[in-house]
Design a protein around this ligand. Structure first.
Ligand SMILES: [Zn+2]
Length: 124
């Protein structure tokens, strides 16, 4: 509670987080549509991709890459949503581990950060 962020500052972060949420939702939708297409094209042919052939191997690799992209995007999306909730309940900008205010420079770089640099670093 050591710091009150100005309403205009909070609005700025809210805007960024909302844009980020929109962008990530699009990314996830795109990846899911693409995976669905791959799945449909696989079931329409009577052979499943064989990881031992170059074609099957690279397909599996592509799917894996997209899966981790989607996971990453979902993770960030959850963080952005959490941050938006914290803006609403007035806890945004305070470290959830030590309670100290997170420096504005950190929030500017990572608007969904919920811990100060020290606490985020000591968690690993
Ligand atoms: Zn902290």
């Amino acid at each position: 509670m050591a710091r009150e962020l100005a309403a205009s500052t909070l609005e700025r972060y809210r805007k960024r987080l909302e844009e980020e949420r929109e962008r990530l939702t699009e990314v996830i939708t795109e990846i899911e549509e693409e995976r669905e297409e791959v799945r449909l094209s696989e079931t329409s042919s009577d052979r499943s991709p064989d990881p031992n052939t170059a074609e099957g191997g690279s397909l599996a690799f592509e799917l894996e890459k997209e899966l981790s992209l989607a996971e990453n995007a979902r993770d960030l999306l959850a963080k952005a949503e959490e941050a938006l909730i914290r803006i609403d309940d007035g806890t945004y900008g305070d470290c959830d581990a030590c309670g100290e205010p997170i420096p504005v420079a950190r929030l500017d770089a990572l608007p969904y950060a919920k811990q100060c640099v020290e606490c985020a670093a000591s968690r690993r």
